[in-house]
Design a protein around this ligand. Structure first.
Ligand SMILES: *[C@@H]1O[C@H](CO)[C@@H](O)[C@H](O)[C@H]1NC(C)=O
Ligand SMILES: *[C@@H]1O[C@H](CO)[C@@H](O)[C@H](O)[C@H]1NC(C)=O
Length: 470
């Protein structure tokens, strides 16, 4: 019965809704800070001094990227050259991948030090080398955004974006700083080829909204620009692109995994139906509350299985705090050329400045429309860890199935191909493609696929990037 109710509600929904943004009170949201950098900045880092685990020739840049003309507000980044590049001139031979984490308000250095970067932080506070780092092949740049998240600092609170459009504009501005500003890495290190080499953007979770938004900003810019940005493809992992589809599957996903009972499912579904109806009425905040409540209940009934990987109890990675401590160490910040006056946070919670600023954006579905706009123009890779509850595979399959795209019928008719590891031929997932839409499910992985299945993740990304890089 509950199932019928839920599906009935979902089928009523057609089209997109607009929401009114309330003015957001930023008073005292940010901690008081000392003297911030003056805008775009690029430091060439001594890799071995930073950490002896790095190869002698490892190229690392770090710094800041302005987001708005005449404001000091900046995104922060750490860039690793491909391990195959031994000098800066070589960087242009390899595609550059931008990586974004979500939140909203999470630092992309989570991806760097916990998922796919060259050094992985361990629970005892030491690093280990990642043999499946994505910069084995490509240049990878971990960008903290929007301002207020991670290394990205605001000069004034009103610079923090409150919607996707601003996020796209600010990121585009920042990327141009990297490529074209006299203070940006490309000009400072005299590597003009990097502007012409190929670029990709990947992201996870809430970045399932950021990545299509930013891709649209770049593609729009490219239409009239002389110095186009050669974006060749985008990828979103366990994405929160369509909150509606994602939350609609919470109870059924948990039920079918044997985590909750029939009456528990019915109770959670009724909360979700309420939330989805609120969302339809434009009450984004009530929808968010229902979303939170349903996750709380699932956690209560299943004894606290991890929402990012339902096969794990409680917190299954305790290295986060170590990353935060690391990026607060004055010696490390000094080597990275980063400011100690802005207090780095690995993530901002629901009451953090970024989530507050994006509270109306949080549940909106407008990014699905953005995906529909850009999909005819650029390859989009969607990947999904099967053990992720918070942005589950069924939720992702649901919104993909309903996309308005010329190749969607072909997509619907296609069966999965089986994906195997290159060396052992172990089955690691399922893949299909129709036109620019590519999908891969990853076995035995949660929300953070590169953490849980590092080899499968690297091979998956290489297949996609190598197919589209030329
Ligand atoms: C910013 O620029 C001003 C004026 O040029 C300079 O005095 C100040 O030291 C700079 N601050 C930083 C952090 O570089
Ligand atoms: C930290 O943990 C790793 C992995 O368990 C171990 O190999 C390493 O020896 C530990 N280092 C220290 C200093 O405890």
């Amino acid at each position: 019965m509950w199932n019928i109710i839920l599906f009935a509600t979902i089928t009523i929904v057609n089209g997109y809704l607009s929401f009114k943004e309330d003015p957001y009170d930023y008073t005292n949201v940010f901690p008081s800070i000392g003297e911030l950098p003056n805008g775009t900045k690029c430091t060439k880092v001594d890799a071995q001094k930073l950490n002896p685990l790095f190869d002698q020739n490892q190229i690392i840049f770090s710094g800041y990227l302005s987001v708005i003309e005449n404001s000091k507000s900046c995104l922060g980044f750490i860039f690793y050259g491909s391990e195959k590049a031994t000098q800066v001139e070589d960087l242009s031979k390899y595609p550059t991948l931008i990586w974004l984490n979500g939140g909203p308000g999470s630092s992309s250095q989570l991806g760097n030090f916990m998922e796919l970067g060259p050094l992985i932080m361990q629970e005892n506070g030491t690093f280990r080398k990642n043999i499946y780092a994505w910069n084995k092949e490509y240049n990878v740049i971990f960008v903290d955004q929007p301002i207020g998240a991670g290394l990205a600092y605001p000069e004034k609170q009103s610079d923090v974006p409150t919607n996707q459009k601003q996020i796209g504009q600010q990121f585009l501005f920042a990327l141009q700083q990297f490529l074209q500003s006299p203070e940006g890495c490309v000009k400072k290190n005299a590597i003009p080829g990097l502007q012409k080499s190929t670029w990709f953007i990947f992201g996870e979770s809430y970045a399932g909204k950021y990545v299509p938004t930013i891709a649209k900003a770049i593609l729009d810019y490219n239409m009239n620009a002389v110095d186009q940005i050669p974006l060749k493809g985008i990828g979103i992992g366990d994405p929160f692109t369509d909150p509606y589809s994602v939350i609609a599957e919470y109870a059924s996903y948990s039920f079918n995994l044997g985590l909750i009972d029939v009456q528990e499912r019915a109770q959670i579904d009724s909360i979700l139906v309420y939330g989805l109806n609120e969302l339809n009425k434009g009450n984004s905040l009530n929808a968010r509350a229902a979303f939170d409540k349903s996750l709380d209940l699932i956690g209560q009934y299943d004894g606290g299985m991890n929402v990012y990987n339902v096969l794990q109890y409680g917190s299954y990675n305790n290295a986060k705090i170590n990353i935060q401590n690391y990026l607060r160490e004055p010696l490390i910040l000094n080597q990275l050329g980063l400011s100690a006056d802005w207090v780095y946070k690995i993530s901002n919670g629901a009451d953090g400045p970024v989530q507050k600023a994006l509270s109306y954006d949080f549940m909106l579905r407008d990014v699905v429309q953005t995906v529909e706009e850009i999909l005819p123009k650029i390859p989009m890779f969607v990947f999904s860890g099967q053990n992720d509850l918070i942005c589950s595979t069924p939720g992702t399959l649901r919104w993909l199935y309903n996309l308005k795209y010329s190749k969607i019928d072909e997509y619907k008719k296609k069966d999965f191909e089986i994906v195997k590891l290159l060396d052992t031929e172990k089955i690691v997932g399922y893949y299909k493609q129709a036109g620019n839409l590519e999908l891969q499910l990853v076995n035995n992985a949660g929300h953070m696929i590169p953490t849980d299945q590092p080899q499968a993740a690297l091979e998956m990304i290489m297949t996609f990037v190598n197919k589209h890089k030329n």
